[in-house]
Every structure is written in C-alpha cells, then in structure tokens.
Design a protein around this ligand. Sequence first.
Ligand code: EPZ
Length: 423
Amino acid sequence: MDKILIQGGRRLEGEVAVSGSKNAALPILISALLTAEPCYYQGIPDLVDIHTALKLLSGLGVRVKKEGDPAVAVGHFMLQADHVHKMEAPYDLVKTMRASFLVMGPLLGRFGAARVSTPGGCAIGARPVNLHLKGLAEMGASIDLVHGYMEAKAKRLRGAKIYLDLPSVGATENLMMAASLAEGTTVIENAAKEPEIEELATVLNKMGAKIHGAGSNIVKIEGVDELHGVSHRVIPDRIEAGSFIVAAALTRGDVRVLGARPDHLDAFLLKLKEAGVALTIGADEIRVKGDGKAKSVDITTLPYPGFPTDLQAQMMVLMSVSEGVSVITETIFENRFMHAQELVRMGADIRLEGNRAIVKGVEGLSGAPVMATDLRASVSLVLAGLVAKGKTEITRVYHLDRGYEHIERKLSALGADIQRIKG
Ligand code: EPZ
C-alpha cells in the first residue's frame, strides 16, 4: 500500500487547476445506461472511483472507450449502452463504491429490472438507501432483499409524487434518472439541491429528458419514451477546489485555484472570509493569500447550500491552528470525525462531544505517522502535514486516490515537499 511523506513548513505559491467533479461525473457516467446511443463525456477525472464506475458499467455490457489523445485529452470517454446484457451490480464493486447503487434507477427505468447489492455501511456512517427504495417503490417497482441484493422489477415505472424525509443527494439522482423514462410525471419534494444534481439534470435534459426545478427542493420530471446520446464536459470539483483553498490559507501562501466555481462554494467562502482569509474571487478562479493566523469560526455542516460536510475535515485542520476556539457540528453523517484523533496526535487540541468537535487553536502542529480512514479525512491529514513541523507519514492513501487526482503532483508544483512512496 502506498504512503505519502510530507516535510511541512513550505508556503504554497502558484496556480493549480481543479479537476472534473467526482460527484458529478459518477451519476453522469451511470446515466449513459438510459440510452442505446453513444454518450461523449469530457473532463472526467482520473480517480479510483471513476475506474470502479467504468468497470461496473462495462460489466453490465456498456461499451467504454477512452477518447482523444491520452496525452492531452484528459478524461474524454465514449460510453454506449446498446448491448446491456446484465442487470446486476455485484457486491464486490458496490461495497467499494456506494455510488454504484445509482445504477438501480436507470436499469429499472430503461429495462424494468435490476439486481443491485445493498451498499452496506462505510467508515463515515450507516448510509442506508431506504429513501432510494421508497421512491422507486412509489413509482411501481417491486423490490425484495434477497441474499444481500436488492432485486427490483417493474413492467414500466409510473410517475409519482415522492417526498424525501432527508434531501438525499443519491436518492434524488437515482429517482431523477428512473423518472426520466417513466410513464407520466414524477415530483420529488425535499430534493437535494447540490450543484451535482443540477449538473445531472442538465445532462439528462440534453438527452431529451424533461426535468424542471433541479437545484431547488422540488424537482418535476415528465417521463419520455426514450433518451438519445449526449456530449458534455463535467463541472469542476468544488470539494477539490475547497481543499486547495484551505491548503493555501494554512501555509500562508499565495495560490490561484483555476477552474473553481465560486457560486458552488458560497457557504464555504463566506466562512473563510469570516475567519479572515484573504480571497480574491474571479468568475472561474479563486485566489488565496494567507497572511497571518485565521480566526476561529463555528461551522455546522448542512445540505446544500449549507456548509458542505465534504469540507468539514479540511476546515478542522485550519481551525486547529487558528486564533480562538471553534465549534464544528456535523449534521449529515454520524461518524465523520475520525480525522480528529489523528490530528490530536499531531498536536491539535480537539475535544469530541457527540456530533460536535470543540477545536482550540494551537501554536502549530508537529509531523507524525498517521493513518487515513476515509476520503476527506485523508486529505485533511495531507493538509495538516503541509503545515506541521517536521515529517508526516500517511498510510492507507488509497482512500485519497478515490477522490483526488494526482494530489501530490499538484501540491509539489505549488512548492510542497511531498512524495508518494509506492508500497
Ligand atoms: C453524496 O453521498 C456524496 N457522494 C458524498 O460525498 C456527500 O458527502 C453526500 O452526498 C452529502 O453531500 C457522491 O455524490 C458520490 P446522501 P450520498 O444520500 O448520496 C442519509 C465524498 O466524500 N440517507 O445525501 O450517499 C445518509 O445516511 C462523498 O465525495 C438516508 O438516511 O449522500 C446521510 O446521513 C462522501 N437514507 C444523509 O442522508 C437514504 O436513502 C446524506 O446522504 C439516503 C441517505
């Protein structure tokens, strides 16, 4: 297993380009199942989770072709689901990547059958899929749990009025895709409003779907008989952008984060301003000039447009070396503070009380051997290593590779002393 070694204390300077959004690309690639025509995607990031999704789709019979000159055409793919011969998402893939469960909606919507392993929990929480299943059942699917697999059937899904008890991103995406080919109109109330939802609706509408209101809490989908092919470049990854912004603030550097969409990061950027981080906001770039210590601010993670849970671990690092005391409340997942103990080993002063972390700013962190536990916790350890005195060694970096494209290359180019030790 690879390790990452960081010698802390370097200021980051220069510019870094944000890769395509993992959480937009995953449902968009899966939506290719909804048509027999070729779908062309650009800007797909080179991530473990993306490779897992492509492997899953190929296993169903989807043709997957890397497009363009591999040297320059980063992340150009053609997918075509004209010979889907299997309706099953196997446990070994679904357990490594929960987003695999998103094949349920398209398979049911287009083929009327799906056999998808239940994802099971993950490090950050139980992460049930009851809202996905409830919505599909309301659209007429019969669903049974058989030997750990959800077996679903529907002659043809029919439009329904669905209320989500929680604004679940995945459930909204699964149901939007299923409803695109259903008979009649579906309304999803209390839908998730993340930019990735709007992006998926944009792609589906380009394929001929009739979706209105994506990005608001009420999404209306008028079912159509079939969808056609599409060509689309995915939006930049707002969480990667936010992670680099924190890195620049932590190291009191001067970094331009290119491709970042400020409109996708409102709550996060406002919190950074409140903490006194100097930001220059452009249309598609954000410049960070970290000067002096940040001020401690309180943070509560919420569904979009609230503060994103996927940037909570990164902010905890900044708060660990800020002036004052910060209360961080995690309301989305029940176990998303695993990075806290590792940060404490690096000298942070963090006390956990249920879903709250009390973070008292300290003078500085010190490098240590630490272990990554989940995707965003792993990047918070990288951030801590950048600013800690001495050497930090991070193990289990496969968590990092799920969601960050060549992060050590990007950070080295900004001046960090970071290297990957192949294991
Ligand atoms: C998506 O996960 C993202 N993943 C997550 O990013 C992100 O943290 C999360 O949305 C919240 O923003 C992808 O887009 C691939 P949810 P998802 O359904 O869809 C509960 C990362 O780091 N819930 O909005 O699984 C659930 O337990 C990942 O990139 C139910 O109870 O999130 C959680 O507490 C981590 N029943 C809350 O809702 C359900 O049927 C939010 O989950 C579904 C969800």
